[in-house]
Design a binder for this molecule. Structure first.
Ligand SMILES: [Zn+2]
Length: 85
């Protein structure tokens, strides 16, 4: 995969992590989303091995691109009504 920012070949790999959430706000204590925030990649810490989210990292600009569509999320395009849980 070519980096869409600088067109360099990206390195395929995994984000190896415990609990993680990508959200539209900064979480200072808990990783639990509130009732209104938008989030993606909302994963709890597994008991044994880490979560492994597949993606590509650019060795030039260090950006990471991941397809997180298979993971729990509450996201909707800006011009459509927000999805309900
Ligand atoms: Zn790049």
């Amino acid at each position: 995969m070519k980096c869409p920012f600088c067109n360099v070949d990206m390195v395929h790999g995994y984000l190896n992590c415990g609990a993680v959430i990508w959200a539209d706000r900064k979480h200072k204590i808990s990783l639990l989303p509130d009732r209104t925030e938008q989030y993606a990649l909302n994963l709890r810490s597994p008991l044994l091995s880490p979560n492994a989210i597949e993606g590509d990292c650019c060795p030039q600009c260090k950006r990471i691109i991941m397809d997180v569509s298979q993971y729990p999320n509450r996201l909707s395009p800006a011009d459509s009504p927000r999805n309900q849980i």
